[in-house]
Design a protein around this ligand. Sequence first.
Ligand code: IMP
Ligand code: MG
Length: 179
Amino acid sequence: MDGVPKPGRILVSSEAIDRRLGELGARITADYRERNPLLLVGILRGAFVVLSDLIRRLEIPCEVDFMEVSSYGTGTSSSGVVRILKDLEEDITGRHVLIVEDIIDTGLTLSYLKRSLLARNPASLEIFALLSKPSRRRVEIEVKYLGFEVPDEFVVGYGIDYAGYHRNLPDIHALLDSP
Ligand code: IMP
Ligand code: MG
């Protein structure tokens, strides 16, 4: 890991994540009690950790699929260009779909994804995001289930990476501590 910045201070602890997923899991369970199975669509790769914890908080029939889209490459600023690297295996026509994303920054990735999935005519489509940086938003996007707002700092941990590293940290950290 030569040249990879060390993680800085903790912004969201694993205990806080666990509590929040309990609350959101209960809300999602109630909201989909009459509309299931629910298809959770995890956005690779960052969302795989939160998806695996969230799904165990749901007490309704649910299924899982994944998509991978390009976002930042190895840098820390959005290119604004979204490309589908891996598409869904499932046909989502007529199904109840919940997109599960790790973090919303500019909103460009999710607004593109939402448009692209709505065009396939799901019965319903909502968004879950663990983190949001509201001060960075460039397009409006409605997030029905949001874990936490974080300040405009690059974050890592709990599935979220910098250049592929730090996904394994149990807590969410700022990548760099301000001097
Ligand atoms: P957006 O299109 O600008 O909203 O960017 C969303 C995507 O960028 C997320 O799915 C993340 O993969 C990545 N991203 C945004 N902010 C961060 C961060 O602070 N750390 C790591 N990845 C991030
Ligand atoms: Mg992502």
